[in-house]
Design a protein around this ligand. Structure first.
Ligand code: ZN
Length: 416
């Protein structure tokens, strides 16, 4: 084109210079006239993205996260209004496994699973864990040997690498227990460790105090449950397994700190746990019980719901709210409910039997002469009519005219 030498003649000493000049001019012209090439890739203005979840790095005991240098000077992103799941956010998942316990704690790359529900819940539990767990499960705690706590752990041990398995040291004869222990012992690189009162579990930056069982165990499977207390910043949790009143009394007698913002209610809300004295010491703001819909045990028992409400706790349960997740940064916490709804209200108290009127004082009137007995026709007894009633007990404090709810008359139907 233009660069071809139209006149190839050499025209003297300055020809080379002229050609050079010509070349330069032609290059300039070319640049000016040539079709505009596609624009050089100019760095597109990056859309301001919401800060994504920082790649979770190993939650180590070192508190200072390594600052990631900004690669290019960018205007500072607007501060996120809703706190993104920060690296220091602990989530505690009270997983709905029906009638059974399963609680996952997740902090960065540290995951701790307390119990795994029944064997039948294992598959769905593994699915749930798969969405939360990254890499290994650092520890599994089997609070005690009952199937509604360790059954689902069998599938978990098969599906995940578990680094540590904790148990209470109490053997059982069930097949479920046998399968669980076989897998726990076979877990590659896992170690099985027995826990007792006074121990501490340190996992990443989580430190659990072991409050139960005592070194001299109850020889009662429920009461020998491993009980853990976790304090994360200012927010404390108490995980009680199926510990009953005896274990609760033992923890109180030992002077252990059981205070917790969030209480996993003992033994699925059984009335044989959650004694008044224990709840008074725990003083939970939030109480989560784990029970299946229409379970055959009647969990949670009305007495427990009443006691928890009376202490001022807001009560949530797997049968009503599904999976309950507590997220905390160590200063406050928030709840996420699978089935949103208000906390469980105390049950309607069955109407107290109205105090029977105080027995009238024995008649002092003189016996009137007996009238001529006129045989009254005896009503034909029906099957449901009491024909022989006897007052078997009267409690009356004698303070007239006070009427007190504990004054009563016990009437026994001796039947026909
Ligand atoms: Zn249980």
């Amino acid at each position: 084109m233009f660069l071809r030498r139209a006149s190839g003649k050499r025209v003297g000493g300055c020809v080379r210079r002229s050609i050079l000049s010509l070349l330069l001019v032609s290059i300039v012209l070319l640049l000016a006239c040539a079709p505009v090439p596609p624009p050089a890739p100019v760095p597109a203005p990056e859309p301001v993205l919401a800060p994504t979840t920082p790649p979770s790095t190993a939650a180590t005991t070192s508190p200072a996260p390594t600052p990631t240098p900004a690669p290019t000077p960018q205007p500072a992103p607007a501060p996120s209004l809703s706190p993104a799941p920060a690296q220091n956010q602990l989530t505690v998942h009270f997983i709905n496994v029906g009638q059974g316990d399963s609680i996952l704690l997740d902090l960065g790359q540290t995951e701790v699973l307390i119990d795994g529900g029944d064997t039948s819940a294992g598959a769905s539990l593994v699915l749930y864990l798969g969405k939360v767990v990254d890499g290994d499960i650092e520890a599994v705690v089997a609070t005690h040997s009952h199937a509604d706590h360790i059954g689902g752990l069998i599938d978990v041990l098969r599906a995940f690498q578990v680094d540590k398995v904790y148990w209470n040291g109490e053997a059982a004869t069930s097949k479920t227990y046998g399968d669980f222990m076989t897998l726990a012992r076979a877990e590659p690189q896992a170690s099985l460790e027995q826990l007792k009162r006074g121990d501490t579990i340190n996992l990443g930056s989580l430190a659990f105090a072991v409050l139960n069982p005592p070194s001299t165990m109850f020889k009662d499977t429920n009461n020998d449950s491993i009980v853990l207390r976790l304090k994360y910043g200012d927010v404390s949790f108490l995980f009680t397994g199926d510990a009953g009143n005896d274990a609760e009394a033992s923890m109180l007698a030992a002077g252990l700190n059981v205070v917790a913002y969030v209480l996993k209610v003992g033994h699925h809300g059984s009335k044989y746990s959650s004694s008044a004295s224990f709840l008074k010491a725990v003083l939970p703001q939030t109480a989560v019980y784990m029970a299946g819909v229409h379970n055959s045990y009647g969990h949670p028992h009305a007495e427990t719901l009443a006691a928890l409400n009376q202490i001022g706790a807001k009560v949530y349960g797997a049968d009503t709210h599904g999976t309950v997740v507590v997220a905390t940064d160590g200063q406050g916490y928030e709840l996420k409910l699978q089935n949103p709804g208000p906390p469980r209200a105390p049950p309607a108290i069955p109407p107290v039997p109205a105090p029977t009127p105080t027995p009238s004082p024995p008649p002092t009137a003189m016996p009137t002469p007996t009238p001529t007995p006129t045989p009254t026709p005896k009503p034909a007894p029906t099957s449901s009519t009491a024909t022989n009633i006897k007052i078997t007990k009267i409690f009356y404090d004698g303070l007239v005219p006070r009427t007190e709810s504990d004054e009563y008359v016990e009437i026994t139907n001796l039947g026909s």
